[in-house]
Design a protein around this ligand. Structure first.
Ligand SMILES: [Fe+2]
Length: 155
């Protein structure tokens, strides 16, 4: 297990000005359901609206590998236990609601609004959220953190 790795190998923050209101509306119209026996209360949905799908398409056009979009919700009062994402290679998360919780990754306490995260290589967890913590994830199925970072910074 890698417990203390350089922050720059965990996260790359992005500065996009997304319409959070519109994303929240589409989040509320999605069909969230539990999906993990390990994190039993964690919810997600692949039902995106037009605006959220447009965001996925923007990144899909930049990257050769498969890209999908998922809404996630960590219900109030629950934590996300330590894990690595084994079904994808990296993710861009767009936070819709912080929930008052903190991401722990590679030994770092990480707060962000929008960021590319090295969720496949680095173990991470999220503390108990007093409120719902929700996001849109741009999920890179085949492309790792360093490759996606290179593509989105250098085109
Ligand atoms: Fe994860």
């Amino acid at each position: 297990m890698i417990s203390n790795i350089n922050r720059s190998n965990c996260i790359y923050e992005l500065n996009y000005d997304f319409d959070t209101e519109r994303l929240l509306k589409e989040f509320n119209e999605s069909d969230l359901a539990t999906f993990s026996s390990y994190n039993e209360t964690w919810e997600r949905s692949g039902k995106l609206g037009e605006y959220s799908q447009n965001i996925i398409d923007i990144f899909d056009d930049m990257i050769d590998g498969r890209v999908i979009g998922l809404f996630y919700n960590q219900p109030a009062g629950t934590a996300v236990k330590l894990h690595r994402d084994m079904n994808c290679k990296s993710k861009i998360n767009i936070i819709l609601s912080h929930g008052g919780s903190t991401l722990m990754m590679g030994g770092h306490e990480i707060k962000y609004e929008t960021a590319l995260l090295n969720v496949h290589e680095v173990e991470h967890s999220v503390s108990v959220a007093p409120f719902n913590r929700s996001m849109l994830s741009v999920v890179f199925m085949e492309n790792g953190f360093h490759e996606v970072k290179e593509k989105i910074t250098n085109g």
